[in-house]
Design a protein around this ligand. Structure first.
Ligand SMILES: Nc1ncnc2c1ncn2[C@@H]1O[C@H](COP(=O)(O)OP(=O)(O)OP(=O)(O)O)[C@@H](O)[C@H]1O
Length: 663
């Protein structure tokens, strides 16, 4: 990122990047809608086909809800709550009215329209297409635009001042709500409370970053602070909600949870509000409004063509006088006047209903200790009148800087947690690639003394942790007692293969080898016109490994298969159709874990070309998902050209040469 000296330049620079990214996202979706078939879009997770739509009543703000479902479970989809979608009767043109995804369950998707939905959404054959999250782009622009010269936040963004220390020292008296915190986690909490302006929590995989953040929020609330806690994804927000609910704080979740888990529902705004008087009277009003609107359909809409230049007042007067003008017949004037009279009632009721709802929402927000939402929803209308003492952002390294700012501009102290050694945010526009650099990463290099790195990881066996630890975390990580020696033998149901009967399987699944490398000299291939690679021989090897695992009574739910290449993911999904086994890209598995991970690296050529495998952050994510067993499949000869991969293969073979099983 170029050096920026004034907030005006900063605003100009980021506004341009946001615009570039927004245009690219919409273009990408529209292009894809035009070029790909519906079935292909559905396979990519960006469309849902052949749904049946039904009226689902009124939503918050008088929106019109439409619930759509198919026969049974919906296919896997990238579409999530809050996304902008277009609904069509099968062949979208891209010009359809947008709707917002309101709720997703296993079998249904509910969308909200601002205006009356088109008739074709009620019935069979409806198609839903992901369009974009335009609201988020607008909110990012607004947040950047809100920054003022010489404010603390602006100065910190430009590195024009040092973060300040809090005067009081509450450290000695801290009593923790979580009795299990380790000493580094406690140190981080104390350090954070000592800061007046900012704190950066660096959390390598499985180190209890969210656990620590939850305790930080608990401590800040205890001293009377009001907290806004956010993350880019709904899933990350839900993780915080789950943990905070256990701490006994008054929690309010704005927006729709990604997972409709029973335990999250009681703290959701949409649920809580139903028990308020304000909402109940607003609901009655919205129902009357819908009825009035139906009554209006019996009359004539006074649109430009029907009115022939008359004002609303003139129509009402003419109707009263039973007079006609400009060739409009008297009955038509009456019908327009009746429509207008109903409209006056509608407008009044809308205003009252909104007011009653706003009041109810305001009351709930002011009564809560901590409000949680996605970064984007922090810029929503409901939160507009509110400001907070503290903004806490989890998984901050996966947010572009302007997205973090949506929440940050509503607070006076900023606490961010993330890991810049894992994958950065997704940016699709090449010219906007500066957005890859998250604010967390910028700040941690400038304000290192206000950061703490957590060191005890509770996920991986120490052998699995070793390579990442050495290569990316300076060897500072320690595997917790409860994780460090855990192997396949500790896995529920696991029955080791018989060494005499099946020495190959025995060798592969031996509990003293938590990490294995299988050398496969396959062929990397690309489908015509596709960017992504696949490797059939590796996919077949993955299948053999799965057979060995299932033979040893491993539960499919404990197995994850990952690959850097979408082409390989798609191939493996077709070849391994076993309920419960998750097959995903590395990027899609960030933040997740499994007992066993099989990683198919795909690239196999004699030029040592390994494409985007060279991003060490992708490698780091791939290597840190498994708890008890990691099986890496790749071509040793291709990989050895890269320093990280050759070191990795060396490490595995050094720990036990027999792990290298050749095909
Ligand atoms: N001090 C601790 N003692 C025991 N277990 C802990 C401790 N801190 C965290 N854990 C456990 O470690 C696991 C990971 O914790 P958490 O979800 O907070 O980590 P994270 O760093 O946010 O994870 P991720 O790697 O997904 O970002 C959880 O099961 C949590 O209960």
């Amino acid at each position: 990122m170029e050096e920026i000296k004034s907030i005006k330049r900063y605003q100009k620079y980021f506004k341009k990047l946001i615009d570039l990214e927004r245009e690219e996202e919409m273009m990408t979706q529209l292009n894809e809608i035009r070029v790909l078939s519906g079935a292909e879009r559905q396979r990519k997770g960006r469309a849902l086909l052949d749904l049946r739509g039904k009226d689902a009543g009124a939503g918050l703000g008088g929106t019109y809800l439409v619930r759509l479902g198919g026969r049974g479970k919906l296919p896997d989809t990238q579409i999530s709550v809050g996304d902008l979608v277009i609904l069509s009767s099968g062949n979208p043109s891209g010009r359809e009215e947008h709707a917002v995804v309101h709720e997703l369950t296993k079998g249904t998707i509910t969308v909200a329209y601002q205006t009356l939905p088109p008739h074709y959404v009620y019935g069979r054959g409806v198609r839903v297409d992901l369009f974009a999250n335009d609201v988020t782009f607008k909110r990012m622009q607004e947040a950047v635009g809100k920054l003022k010269p010489h404010q603390i936040l602006s100065d910190l963004l430009l590195f024009h001042r040092e973060p300040r220390e809090e005067n009081e020292k509450p450290l000695e008296e801290l009593s923790y709500s979580n009795s299990k915190l380790n000493s580094k986690q406690k140190f981080a909490i104390e350090k954070c409370l000592q800061s007046k302006d900012l704190f950066l929590l660096h959390g390598p995989p499985g180190t209890g970053k969210t656990t620590t953040l939850t305790e930080i929020i608990y401590q800040e609330v205890k001293v009377g602070k009001k907290v806004l806690a956010t993350a880019d994804s709904n899933t990350a927000v839900d993780n915080m909600v789950e943990k905070l609910m256990k701490s006994g704080l008054k929690v309010l979740r704005i927006g729709n949870p990604a997972r409709i888990h029973q335990e999250l529902i009681p703290v959701c705004l949409d649920y809580k509000i139903q028990n308020t008087e304000g909402f109940q009277s607003a609901t009655a009003m919205w129902n009357s409004i819908h009825e009035l609107k139906q009554d209006q359909d019996k009359f004539t809409v006074p649109n430009g063509q029907n009115k022939r230049g008359l004002s609303d007042q003139e129509i009402l007067k003419l109707s009263k006088k039973k007079a006609s003008t400009r060739g409009i017949p008297i009955p038509k004037i009456h019908r327009m006047a009746n429509w207008l009279k109903l409209q006056v009632k509608v407008n009044k009721l809308v205003e009252e209903a909104k007011k009653a709802e706003d009041e109810a929402v305001k009351q709930l927000i002011s009564q809560s200790d901590v409000v949680l939402s996605t970064n984007s929803a922090a810029g929503s209308e409901v939160l507009e009148p509110f400001s907070f003492d503290i903004s806490v952002i989890d998984e901050c390294t996966q947010s572009v800087e302007p997205s973090s700012l949506i929440a940050m501009t509503k607070a006076k102290k900023w606490i961010m947690a993330g890991d810049h050694k894992q994958l950065p945010p997704t940016v699709i526009c090449e010219e906007a690639e500066d957005l890859y650099l998250s604010l967390f990463e910028r700040w941690i290099s400038g304000y290192k003394e206000w950061s703490v790195m957590l060191e005890v990881q509770y996920r991986m066996n120490s052998e699995i942790m070793k390579f990442s630890n050495r290569s990316f975390y300076g060897g500072q990580l320690i595997a917790a007692e409860q994780a460090k020696d855990k192997t396949l033998n500790d896995l529920n149901g696991f029955m080791p293969p018989d060494e005499q009967y099946d020495p190959e399987k025995f060798k592969l699944l031996s509990s003293d080898k938590p990490i294995s490398f299988l050398h496969v000299e396959g062929r990397e291939e690309r489908k015509e016109g596709a960017y992504s690679y696949f490797n059939l021989e590796e996919a077949e090897k993955v299948k053999q490994v799965i057979e060995a695992l299932l033979f040893s009574r491993v539960f499919p739910e404990d197995i994850g298969i990952i690959s850097p290449y979408e082409g390989q993911v798609a191939l493996m999904k077709r070849m391994i159709e076993i309920e419960g086994i998750e097959i995903k890209s590395i990027d899609g598995f960030q933040g997740r874990e499994k007992e066993i991970i099989i990683l198919s690296l795909v690239r196999s050529n004699n030029k040592g070309r390994i494409g985007f495998l060279t991003d060490y952050r992708r490698l780091n994510v791939a290597l840190t998902r498994a708890k008890k067993k990691l099986i890496i499949i790749g071509n040793e000869n291709t990989l050895k050209e890269n320093k990280y991969y050759s070191a990795l293969v060396r490490q595995i073979s050094k720990s036990d040469r027999s792990i290298l099983v050749n095909n």
